[in-house]
Design a protein around this ligand. Structure first.
Ligand code: ATP
Ligand code: MG
Ligand code: FE
Length: 337
């Protein structure tokens, strides 16, 4: 089954064609990052307008790259939430128009379940059940994937998402947007034990996260240095901050896996591209004898192939969505509304 999938939930305009949920035939990603960079973050209205102008071309590119025509497409998959409502509506409208005119199924996909499914594209042997740490611009969740349709949230952030913390700290350090890759790079030339930033472990036997205290600690540190007219070593701040985030993510994920006796772990979402997180999670998983999966970086951040993978499993298990499918900006993991 060949599914053409569309992802427009934030600032990537992406179209993919995925076969049977596992094989990427094409995954075209047009990133609007350069457009939003000068504003220091994503401007929703500008994101929507760029989706409108770019999406038709990217659909054409995806077909051209594979040599397929619309007649070869069996269904249309689309991320219908969570995300920016205006941005989601662009992809959803295009998906509906295509499904209706071609008379093929329309399949709505939860964007975060899509992030998790990115792992299915890369690892043919991976199948539920497994535990996933989803760390992205808007989410820091520990999700038990019981089967292809059942997602149970075991822990989540009580305030900022990990990606949000990376983006905010990057902005105050003058490293620009998006912050994750910039901090990852700066940290490589910094001393991770230069500044003892706090690690919020909260309750020992709960699996929730909190990153706003860490963010404030970085701000206070920088303000203190400025008041005293002392130099700030940006690379050291980046490295110390990144290590504080990663230490908590790794410790909580391993503790959660142990508590449910789960030996297979995935990481997903934009922050799972982080080199230190991959390194430390690999070491911790090896120590415990756990099997760890993470997608290549291009499949960690927003892309339509992950939506195409999840669309396949949604269709196989639940059938099509129907043309009254709506954009759901606040869609929760494991729910359909
Ligand atoms: P959500 O998926 O929660 O709706 P989103 O789609 O905006 O949010 P993603 O595209 O999954 O988020 O990921 C973007 C986030 O990932 C940004 O916050 C970015 O800074 C972060 N990120 C990307 N690469 C890295 C990296 N190498 N290290 C840390 N963070 C990273
Ligand atoms: Mg993005
Ligand atoms: Fe995302």
């Amino acid at each position: 089954m060949k599914i053409l999938s569309i992802e427009t939930s934030c600032d990537e305009t992406s179209v993919a064609i995925v076969e049977d949920g596992r094989k990427i035939l094409t995954n075209r990603i047009y990133s609007q990052i350069p457009i939003h960079q000068k504003y220091g973050g994503v401007v929703p209205e500008i994101a929507s307008r760029n989706h409108v102008t770019k999406l038709p071309y990217i659909i054409d590119e995806a077909l051209a790259e594979t040599g397929l025509t619309l007649k070869d497409i069996d269904a249309i998959g689309v991320a219908n939430g969570p995300g920016l409502v205006g941005a989601l509506l662009i992809g959803l409208s295009a998906a509906k128009a295509m499904a209706y005119s071609l008379d093929i199924p329309l399949i709505g996909v939860h964007h975060i379940e899509g992030h998790i499914a990115a792992n299915f594209l890369q690892f043919p042997e991976l199948a539920p059940p497994f535990l996933t740490l989803v760390v992205s611009g808007g989410h820091s969740h520990l999700v038990l994937v019981k089967d292809y349709e059942t997602f149970e949230v075991l822990g989540k952030t009580r305030d900022d998402a990990a990606g949000e913390a990376f983006d905010k700290v990057s902005r105050v350090l003058g490293l620009g947007y998006p912050g994750g890759p910039a901090i990852d790079k700066a940290a490589k030339n910094g001393n991770a034990s230069a500044i003892p930033f706090p690690r919020a472990f909260l309750d020992k036997d709960r699996f929730d996260f909190s990153f706003s205290g860490l963010k404030s600690a970085v701000l206070n540190y920088l303000n203190g240095k400025k008041m005293k007219n002392e130099p700030i070593v940006v690379n050291d701040v980046a490295a110390s901050f990144q290590t504080a985030v990663v230490d908590v993510l790794v410790a909580k994920t391993i503790a959660c896996a142990k508590s449910i006796n789960m030996k297979t772990i995935c990481i997903a979402g934009g922050v799972s591209a982080n080199s230190l997180l991959r390194e430390k999670m690999t070491a911790a998983a090896n120590d415990e004898g756990f099997t760890l999966y993470y997608p290549e970086p291009i499949l960690c951040t927003d892309n339509a192939a992950m939506i195409g993978s999840m669309a396949y499993y949604n269709y196989v298990n639940r059938g099509e969505s129907g043309l009254n499918l709506n954009a759901m900006p606040g869609l929760k993991i494991g729910t359909r509304s």
